[in-house]
Design a binder for this molecule. Structure first.
Ligand SMILES: Cc1ncc(C[n+]2csc(CCOP(=O)(O)OP(=O)(O)O)c2C)c(N)n1
Ligand SMILES: [Mg+2]
Length: 364
């Protein structure tokens, strides 16, 4: 087991590929075909292009505030290590990995346009919608994993959250339940070293985030979150282990956000540009590209073609989202609860009445 070779109490990151795309731990290299690598690369590039477009749309007032994934695209390899039946419980900076699960790109734009259907997930994608209350959703993942265990299914739940989330109470409750109930859940912390303007070092006195797992009786490991091989290998190990009934696992993926916390933030007020430059040298997208070039499966021509195809895909998703008619009352109410609560039944009827009256007035 990989986690046994790395002590979570020390800053010992699992790394398979160095910053220049060279393999430094051949023994830990996961089995991924050239096609797999190209697919992972495609999702990373698509995630980045979608993000850049969203930034421009926000500046033009065409979408609301959003949290860019820029710099954290290594997350794609984690989702790639899962199986179709597994459940993904994200926070708000996971739109690159959501694409791997089959979440339509159009939904990403719809959500930030304030459209209800942006949160409607295709049935077999098994990913929950965006969750903004920091640190609250790991509990949902534990609940899903517990249900899976009770039903004797072989599905794993994985939840993604930031370093800041590990200072929230609900995170600790989730970890405690996961340890005690031995449920098939993976905690995947994207430690991007900032919780808005609060640096990691003054946000928790823990030497590593991975060591928080020790208190709850879970294996914890710190990995290089910008190294897709480390990310894939560890998520797969955690998922295989959980599927065998061996319980929960905690991964601290060290990464960095290149952009602002959200479009409402100005990071130049609190962090040094030199730090950003340091991390840009360790960009997850660039590293995979270098690796593929090194082994001779990628060249400038393929890159050019991919960028053009991805741009087209992004433009179409934005166009489709902008053409989507405003949500109906049914769409607003019918996707959260299997059965509406009595209060919601009342609210839905009221809203329908208001809408009908409005339509009647317009007709006159
Ligand atoms: C319970 C709660 N408190 C505060 C906020 C405001 N808020 C949004 S994101 C964020 C920081 C989160 O940091 P981290 O968990 O490291 O994730 P990152 O944004 O770095 O990806 C805060 C404080 C919130 N959304 N929810
Ligand atoms: Mg953070």
């Amino acid at each position: 087991m990989l986690h046994e070779q790395f002590n979570p109490l020390r800053e010992q990151q699992l790394q398979v590929m160095d910053k220049d795309g060279r393999i430094i731990r051949k023994d830990l290299m996961p089995k991924l075909s050239n096609d797999d690598l190209k697919k992972i690369y495609y999702y990373m590039v698509l995630g980045r292009a979608a993000d850049q477009k969203a930034m421009n749309l926000q500046r033009q007032g065409r979408i609301g505030t959003f949290a860019p994934v820029y710099g954290q695209e290594g997350q794609v390899a984690s989702a790639y290590a899962l199986q179709q039946g597994d459940w993904v419980v994200p926070a708000f900076r996971e739109h690159a990995l959501a694409l791997v699960r089959g979440m339509p790109l159009k939904n990403f734009y719809l959500y930030y346009m304030g459209h209800e259907t942006g949160s409607v997930v295709p049935k077999d994608a098994r990913i929950l919608p965006v969750s903004v209350p920091v640190g609250s959703h790991p509990l949902h993942a534990v609940g899903i994993a517990w249900a899976s265990k009770i039903r004797k299914e072989k599905n794993v739940a994985i939840t993604y959250f930031g370093d800041g989330a590990t200072s929230e109470g609900e995170f600790h409750e989730a970890m405690n339940f996961a340890g005690v109930l031995k449920v098939p859940v993976i905690f995947y912390c994207q430690n991007n070293q900032w919780a808005i303007s609060v640096p990691r070092k003054i946000q928790t006195a823990s030497r590593t985030i991975a060591q928080k797992a020790v208190a709850y009786g879970l294996p914890g490991i710190q990995i290089d979150g910008n190294d897709i091989f480390a990310v894939y290998a560890e998520t797969k190990e955690a998922a295989d282990r959980a599927r065998r009934g061996e319980g929960s696992y905690f991964i601290e993926a060290v990464t960095y956000r290149f952009g602002p916390h959200t479009t409402a933030d100005d990071p130049t007020k609190y962090r040094d540009e030199k730090e950003v430059e340091f991390w840009k040298q360790r960009c997850p997208v660039m590293r995979l590209k270098k690796y593929m070039e090194n082994i001779g499966i990628w060249d400038d021509n393929q890159e050019k073609k991919l960028l053009a195809a991805v741009d087209k895909e992004v433009e179409k998703a934005v166009d489709d989202a902008e053409k989507t008619p405003i949500a109906t009352v049914d769409e607003i109410f019918d996707n959260t609860f299997a059965q509406l609560t009595p209060q919601l039944v009342e609210q839905k009827a009221y809203l329908k009445k208001v809408q009908d009256e409005k339509k009647a007035r317009i007709k006159k």
